[in-house]
Design a protein around this ligand. Structure first.
Ligand SMILES: Nc1ncnc2c1ncn2[C@@H]1O[C@H](COP(=O)(O)OP(=O)(O)O)[C@@H](O)[C@H]1O
Ligand SMILES: [Mg+2]
Length: 542
């Protein structure tokens, strides 16, 4: 900060050498000059002056000593030893050549003693003091800026219009692997970076030079001398000359590598966390499903045990009844007109029906185990069709069996699977009492379709299929499932059929058998009408 200017500022001046008359003369000339008050000290020699330098805060020195060569030597010494003290030479004759030598030696001015007037002397001393102050201030400012630039950890640099570095700081030199900031001066990015990177950097510089715009917050990967790429953050602005024209580019670059790595890692960790959360959510859902299925299975098992118990209990009395009827039939066979014969016939029918129900109940509750061996699904279906031929034929149902060619053998239990297919064929026959068409297709599939199903589908699968399998589709042209039957068809004892025709156990048994084959079963209605039951059974990979 410059000292505050009072209206009357005191400026101490040193007069070096010369006779006493000169001292009196100069003192005379400096008296009373308005805003400026000069005090004058006199020292006969430079040595005497240097001694008094510390305690006297002279702001200018008048050198009135010896021949020219001596005077110039003194000026140089003053500049050397008291750097910023401006020296004004007093001489008896002044010409251009002398003037030039004085300036080169570092003198502020050279005055002709013979022409010395008060005005000239005061003006010269004032300008010397002012200029000195301004120079000091500039130096201070420059040092401050230099200090800031040199101590910032960011890379700071400037280039001229030709892309040559005209300034750099130690951080910049360090990043480039150069010993000092001076080593960068005069070089271009093409001297310091691989070509493909230099081209990009240079393009940015040219953009700033040509548009006068700024490049803000560019993030780019730059190589270090060891070849490691680091993420850097750069801002570039035009460097303007005093007249406003663009004379170059100033840049500041900040190493954000660690920050960016942490941010990247955080992002990745976050993603992993999200997917972990997603799979936890999914396994939670699966668990809930499994739990529901377990509860259901538990219920079914107790129902099954109950049913088996009842079936066994009822089977024996039924057998007794049948034996009784057979006995009575023999007794009355001789008399066909006897009305008892008709009654016995009806009783025998009733027992057969009851026996059928009991057999289905026992099927339902029979040990849920299958012995799987490679088998031909087509012949299983054909056998089931033969077993069901009577009800199908009597209902005028046309049957189309369309197996794809070259189907592989798959692990199956022929007896159980046949029982399942028969159940489905009978359901179809029941659904088409007035006739219709039954279409059975068997096709290989690479991987199961992605469930969830279209609205109204019902999957009876408690397992999920993976990989190749055979799709057995049994479709009919009946009325299809109702909303309610689709919902409950797998429930044991759920039936929409009149007593004696359905037990409501068929589909439950079918599902059990399909699951013993690690397969899935889906009930749905066909768009064109009618029900379609799809069974998928795992097949060996081809
Ligand atoms: N092909 C089909 N078309 C229409 N509805 C069907 C079909 N198959 C089964 N259903 C419905 O599902 C119910 C349950 O079938 P199921 O378990 O085999 O028992 P049941 O045949 O003894 O009634 C049937 O009563 C019927 O309402
Ligand atoms: Mg049935």
């Amino acid at each position: 900060m410059p000292p505050p200017r009072n209206r009357t500022e005191t400026i101490p001046v040193l007069l070096l050498g010369g006779p006493m008359q000169d001292v009196w003369l100069v003192r005379e000339l400096l008296v009373d000059h308005g805003a400026f008050h000069f005090t004058l000290d006199h020292r006969p020699s430079l040595e005497a002056a240097l001694e008094g330098l510390k305690e006297n805060h002279w702001q200018a020195v008048l050198v009135n000593l010896g021949p020219e060569a001596t005077a110039l030597r003194i000026v140089r010494r003053i500049r050397r030893e008291c750097g910023d003290l401006p020296a004004v030479l007093l001489s008896e004759s002044v010409d251009q050549a002398q003037m030039g030598r004085a300036f080169r030696a570092g003198a502020h001015d050279l005055l002709d003693k013979l022409e010395l007037g008060s005005h000239l002397l005061v003006r010269t001393l004032r300008s010397a003091v002012e200029r000195n102050r301004t120079a000091k201030q500039l130096l201070q400012e420059r040092n401050l800026l230099r200090n800031i630039i040199d101590h910032l950890p960011d890379l700071i640099y400037a280039k001229d219009r030709q892309g040559r570095y005209i300034l750099g700081n130690p951080a910049h030199a360090h990043h480039l692997g150069l010993p000092s900031k001076a080593d960068v001066l005069g070089q271009t990015v093409h001297d310091l970076f691989p070509k493909e990177i230099a081209d990009v950097l240079n393009a940015d510089d040219l953009q700033v030079l040509h548009t006068g715009g700024r490049i803000l917050n560019r993030e780019e990967e730059l190589p270090t001398p060891s070849g490691e790429l680091r993420w850097m953050h750069t801002t570039k602005v035009p460097l303007r000359a005093a007249d406003g024209t663009i004379s170059g580019v100033v840049g500041i670059t900040h190493d954000i590598h660690d920050r960016r790595r942490i941010a990247d890692e955080l992002r990745r960790a976050n993603k992993e966390l999200e997917s972990a959360l997603e799979s936890i959510r999914k396994s939670h859902d699966d668990l809930k499903d499994a739990q529901m299925q377990l509860i259901q299975a538990e219920k079914m098992q107790s129902v099954g045990r109950l049913a088996a118990g009842i079936a066994h209990e009822v089977k024996n009395p039924l057998a007794t009844l049948r034996m009784g009827i057979d006995f009575l039939r023999q007794q009355h066979a001789a008399r066909p007109d006897n009305p008892t014969t008709g009654v016995l016939e009806e009783m025998s029918h009733a027992i057969s029906r009851a026996d059928g129900v009991i057999r289905e109940l026992l099927d339902y509750s029979s040990a849920r185990k299958a012995s799987l061996a490679p088998g031909d699904i087509v012949s299983v279906v054909q056998h089931a069709l033969r077993l069901s031929s009577y009800p199908l034929r009597s209902g005028h149902v046309r049957v189309r069996l369309e197996p794809a060619p070259g189907l592989p053998l798959i692990p199956l239990d022929p007896i159980k699977l046949e029982q399942a297919i028969v159940n489905l064929l009978l359901n179809a026959a029941h659904a088409m009492p007035e006739g219709g068409e039954l279409i059975i297709r068997i096709t290989p599939e690479a991987s199961p379709p992605d469930m969830p199903h279209a609205d109204g589908d019902r999957s009876g699968a408690s397992t999920r299929l993976h990989g190749p399998h055979l799709l057995v589709s049994i479709a009919d042209t009946g009325p299809g499932f109702t909303r309610e039957s689709l919902e409950h068809a797998f429930d044991p004892f759920y039936t929409t059929k009149p007593t004696g025709k359905g037990t409501g156990l068929g589909l439950n048994v079918v599902r059990g058998i399909v699951e013993l084959h690690s397969g899935t079963i889906t009930l749905q209605n066909r768009p064109q009408g009618g029900a379609e039951i799809q069974i998928r059974l795992p097949a060996p990979a081809t």
